[in-house]
Design a protein. Structure first.
Length: 239
């Protein structure tokens, strides 16, 4: 019965992961992703965890700001919303985005986001230099060995909190994103990659075990609406 609801995890091939993809297609597809995030929880899930973290952390000294690193920032839409969430709580928050794609890094920078073009598997930041490290819908792009490396890098640069948000795998989610892509006028690349992304997603247990294996920490993994998962932990400062 479980297999009927939750398909076997499979890699597939996402067009945007392939080298040489036209920059205009990349930006257009990420615009589709940003739109899907607004409607289907890709934005609300990590921001819900961020709100919890900000209320717990506040700021170490009055007048200082917290710094959030958004790894795989795409168009910078989640980072921009993170600043709005922090402002609503009354906490100064500075955001820094990282993306491996030059067109995306350039586009995010145009949205007033300080952006670095870099490999998420080798982040160009010192240990524990970022108060909060956020990584949304990036983990499923990597096969397991490299995904573990990514989690270790997030843990390494984070000072207070790591927030990972990704897709919860199911046939219903895969068929739902396919059907929704037509009225939302997705680019064909976005439509294809959306389904592949869902089938690369995780179960709650898989994500919990992957974090534990990577950083030897017990993450708090929550199921979020519209087939999302979030994993949150305090970084390992002795590793």
């Amino acid at each position: 019965m479980t297999a009927i609801i939750t398909p076997r995890r499979r890699r597939g091939t996402e067009y945007l992961d392939e080298p040489g993809v036209d920059g205009a297609v990349t930006v257009r597809s990420l615009e589709d992703v940003a739109r899907a995030n607004r409607y289907f929880g890709g934005k609300s899930a990590p921001l819900a965890e961020l709100r919890i973290a900000l209320r717990e952390l506040r700021t170490p000294v009055e007048g200082e700001e917290l710094v959030l690193l958004d790894v795989g920032t795409g168009l910078g839409d989640i980072a921009a919303s993170a600043r709005a969430v922090a402002a609503d709580i009354g906490i100064p928050l500075r955001t820094v985005g990282v993306d491996a794609s030059e067109p995306l890094a350039r586009t995010a920078a145009c949205e007033a986001l300080a952006t670095v073009r870099a490999d998420a598997l080798a982040l160009p930041f010192a240990d524990h230099s970022m108060d909060i490290v956020l990584c949304s819908q990036l983990l499923h792009h990597f096969e397991d060995r490299r995904a573990v490396t990514l989690l270790r890098e997030l843990d390494r640069v984070a000072k207070h909190r790591v927030i990972v948000s990704d897709l919860r795998r199911s046939w219903l989610a895969a068929s739902g994103i396919w059907l929704a892509s037509f009225p939302l006028n997705f680019h064909p690349v976005s439509r294809h990659d959306g389904v592949v992304s869902v089938l690369r997603g995780f179960t709650r247990r898989e994500l919990q075990e992957m974090v534990s294996r990577a950083v030897q920490r017990q993450a708090h993994v929550r199921r979020r609406p519209t087939f999302r998962l979030t994993a949150v932990w305090t970084p390992n400062r002795t590793g």
